[in-house]
Design a protein around this ligand. Structure first.
Ligand SMILES: NC(=O)c1ccc[n+]([C@@H]2O[C@H](COP(=O)([O-])OP(=O)(O)OC[C@H]3O[C@@H](n4cnc5c(N)ncnc54)[C@H](O)[C@@H]3O)[C@@H](O)[C@H]2O)c1
Length: 329
């Protein structure tokens, strides 16, 4: 049921780094307002509430009970997404939950069931696909304009200092989740995959800082993922974030390097404008297209479940040094 109010109120649960991008995105969305936030640590909560010009709620329960809040953004660490998504959905609020959506398929299934039972939108934070270049690629693939798809590549090489990386799981879960939903959106689900990982840059953090995956798609085409926190790519035409789809009748490219500002961006050495841009587009689509006008999300919790199955298959492949067939393929 579309939200009819003049102003769509947004509340943030979690006010870490990604909240800065979401606050800027809500600020750019016509007819939307960041009403307030809750963050576990009060120092950061006060600082961010002042920075964003919004309320600082004492508890997450108080935030979700506020009638001025129509949509809750769950922006905490992965392990707490389910708890806060459930709290917000049970209170009748629409939800945007950051990626990776849950720690397991079962967690995402719970969110999907609760959102469906309540008739609410629960949108996974699959921001990259809300870029026009991604949408155009999908349209070309769907129309058959690229001919037979022969290969797809999603490459990510962005150095993250160890103290930043420690806040996240390794790159398999943290970054290959992006790759997985991008592939699903552009060319569909793989039927089998194999993966490898390594740790080359961290001194103490025991997780991987680079991982690669090889996949076979349903039509027999091959696909490749690379996700690295180990090093930036400084070469000409760098693969900072690069997505390619190649077909017998044409090909497409999306690159973070198309719009670069020479200043640090959060933990990145430069500002990749597409990062903020994709979140701005995602938030606008969620609030205006989905909540105001009843459009379907471009990527759903069903896609988040498939992406999670791809991640778990990659983990199994790494563990067993095997090629893993995806369930239902
Ligand atoms: N879409 C993207 O491109 C993108 C980029 C970065 C991060 N993220 C996602 O956003 C989420 C937050 O990442 P971040 O970079 O803002 O991290 P962060 O460490 O800067 O912030 C995480 C927040 O979660 C809170 N938190 C931690 N443990 C908690 C707990 N047990 N209970 C309640 N709150 C708790 C912290 O107080 C902190 O404010 C993660 O799910 C991450 O994967 C998405």
């Amino acid at each position: 049921m579309p939200v009819q109010k003049d102003t769509l109120g947004v509340g943030f649960i979690g006010a870490g780094d990604i909240a800065v991008l979401h606050a800027a995105a809500v600020g750019k969305c016509p007819g939307a307002k960041l009403v307030g936030l809750w963050n576990r640590g009060q120092d950061r909560a006060r600082q961010r509430a002042a920075e964003f010009g919004c309320r600082n709620y004492a508890t997450p329960e108080e935030l979700v009970a506020d009638p001025a809040v129509d949509a809750v953004f769950v922006l905490t660490n992965l392990e707490t997404h389910l708890e806060y998504a459930k709290l917000a959905l049970a209170a009748g609020k629409h939800v945007l939950v950051e990626k990776p959506v849950g720690v397991s398929v079962a967690e995402i299934e719970q969110m999907r069931a609760l959102a469906a039972a309540k008739g609410l939108v629960c949108l996974p934070g699959h921001n990259y696909i809300y870029e026009s270049g991604m949408m155009r690629t999908r349209e070309l693939v769907e129309n058959g304009d690229l001919g037979t798809i022969v290969s797809a590549y999603v490459m990510y090489n962005i150095h993250h200092p160890e103290e930043v990386a420690k806040r996240y799981p390794g790159v398999v879960r943290q970054i290959l989740t992006h790759h997985s939903y991008i592939l699903l959106y552009l060319v569909g689900k793989p039927v089998e995959l194999c993966a490898m990982k390594a740790t080359l840059h961290y001194q103490e953090y025991p997780e991987e800082d680079i991982a690669m995956v090889q996949m076979r798609l349903a039509n027999g085409a091959l696909a490749h993922f690379c996700a690295s926190f180990a090093a930036d790519d400084h070469a000409a035409d760098p693969w900072t974030v690069m997505v390619k789809v190649i077909g017998t009748a044409g090909s497409t490219r999306y690159s973070y390097r198309d719009h670069v500002e020479i200043k640090p961006g959060l933990v990145h050495s430069q500002t990749y404008t597409a990062y903020q841009g994709s979140i701005t587009n995602e938030v606008r689509y969620f609030l205006l297209d989905c909540l105001r006008h009843g459009a379907e999300p471009l990527s759903t919790l069903a896609d988040a479940i498939t992406a999670q199955k791809m991640i778990e298959a990659a983990e199994a492949s790494i563990r067993d040094r095997s090629v893993v067939r995806l369930e239902g393929s």
